[in-house]
Design a protein around this ligand. Structure first.
Ligand code: SF4
Ligand code: SF4
Length: 407
């Protein structure tokens, strides 16, 4: 797209202009965009947003006029997957989010900073989540953003689990990895880390879990705090040993952010990506047959282009029938703080996902990101669909032979 954006020395600003110029306005991205699917408005599509951001960068449109449409963007990056011209939409929306946050009133920014601070600290988040879980009966009387937050919390938090610092490989050692535990995941679903350790060890991988990992900064970066998120990411990366084959993420959002910010040491991989490359050798069979729908987490499928590996792994499990899920690459409405910032759109996308799951006939939905698991679980419950939700690595752990699964 031809533009008149002033040249910039800042590489991030230069990348914004590059993203604008590589868009040919073809519209192939429109059907992939969740907000366009729900709202049907050009300005709430990737192409429309690129035009808006171009006008803002050229100085032809005040940011305030573009803000409502840009704020509705989930940052799911489905538009990048769909784009035949290779437009790096993330290069545009991420720096623009910083400008969007900077124009908000100081009280809003303080509130956002406090929320991010709580979510980045498992200790604080556990206290806040426990208070929130207790306040769930009050949810109907609360404003939509607070109601949305409470709806995502389970009625009872799982007990905290402290993963061992080192778990030995079983049988012949085939690898050695370090595992990220995640902030929110540690509180809402600590079983994911435990399951990853069991599956890795059963397949001959030694697992190191550094204590006090801190936050990888993914939520902060997604919310428009690039500098804060990058600082957190650097401190987080420094806590991992270098003498491992890879640092593994079990939350797609964390893995994607760490891949973007990682500058040295062992490579960052998603746990499913690593297991698929390794080739599991332990037989996998579910105790009870299950019809499974796989939902692509946006930050795995679109940000990291990992779609085949999880399906290949699930294909190794006997007793598991993988059923097609309509719109499996469409965002479920969970995207960082999106439920709080855009509760109506998040709920509409959650309902759409819950209905697609119900129509698939699945008895279990599998995904690879704590945000998706939480949002889909809450949306299924709200729609009255009795379908369980689990992380892919939890399902693999369930399918281990008993002597591995029970360890
Ligand atoms: S598909 Fe790519 S090139 Fe076409 S309008 Fe969308 S972003 Fe632009
Ligand atoms: S990132 Fe997602 S919500 Fe935003 S424009 Fe792209 S497809 Fe639409």
């Amino acid at each position: 797209m031809h533009h008149q954006i002033p040249p910039a020395n800042d590489p991030r600003r230069a990348a914004m202009a590059q993203a604008v110029s590589s868009c040919v306005h073809c519209g192939f991205c429109l059907p992939a965009c969740p907000t366009y699917k729900v709202l049907g408005e050009e300005m709430d599509s990737p192409r429309g947003r690129i035009v808006l951001m171009k006008a803002v960068l050229e100085g032809a449109l005040p940011l305030a006029d573009a803000a409502p449409h840009l704020d509705r963007c989930l940052g799911c990056l489905a538009c990048e997957t769909a784009c035949p011209s290779g437009v790096r939409y993330r290069d545009l929306i991420e720096p623009m989010r910083e400008d969007l946050v900077a124009r908000r009133p100081a009280a809003d920014r303080l509130q956002l900073g406090a929320l991010l601070g709580v979510m980045a600290s498992p200790g604080l988040f556990r206290v806040a989540a426990a208070v929130g879980a207790g306040a769930k009966p009050l949810a109907p009387a609360l404003p939509a953003p607070m109601r949305a937050m409470l709806d995502l919390l389970p009625a009872r938090l799982p007990s905290p689990e402290m993963p061992p610092a080192l778990t030995a490989a079983q049988g012949r050692r085939r690898g050695r990895v370090a595992l990220m535990t995640g902030c929110v995941q540690q509180v809402l679903r600590p079983g994911v880390t435990a399951a990853a350790i069991r599956v890795l060890a059963a397949n001959g991988v030694e697992v190191v879990v550094p204590a006090e990992q801190g936050c990888c900064g993914a939520l902060a970066r997604h919310a428009g705090d690039h500098a804060g998120g990058t600082t957190l990411a650097a401190a987080h990366a420094a806590r991992f040993p270098a003498d491992v084959d890879a640092v593994l993420a079990t939350a797609a959002g964390c893995g994607s952010s760490m891949k973007d910010t990682h500058t040295g040491g062992a490579p960052v991989l998603d746990v499913l990506e690593y297991l698929d490359r390794l080739g599991p050798v332990t037989p996998l069979a579910l105790p009870e047959p299950a019809r499974v729908a796989y939902q692509d987490a946006c930050h795995l499928a679109h940000a990291q282009q990992i779609t085949a590996a999880p399906r290949r792994l699930l294909g190794l499990v006997s007793g598991l029938t993988l059923v097609p899920l309509a719109e499996s690459g469409l965002c479920c409405g969970s995207a960082g703080l999106y439920n709080i910032e855009q509760p109506d759109l998040a709920a509409a996308l959650g309902r759409r996902k819950a209905d697609a799951v119900a129509a698939s006939g699945a008895t279990l939905v599998v995904s690879a990101n704590i945000g998706c698991l939480t949002q889909i679980g809450a949306s299924l419950a709200a729609a009255g669909h009795a379908v369980d939700v689990t992380h892919a690595v939890e399902l693999l752990a369930m399918a281990l032979p008993r002597r591995h699964g029970s360890q």
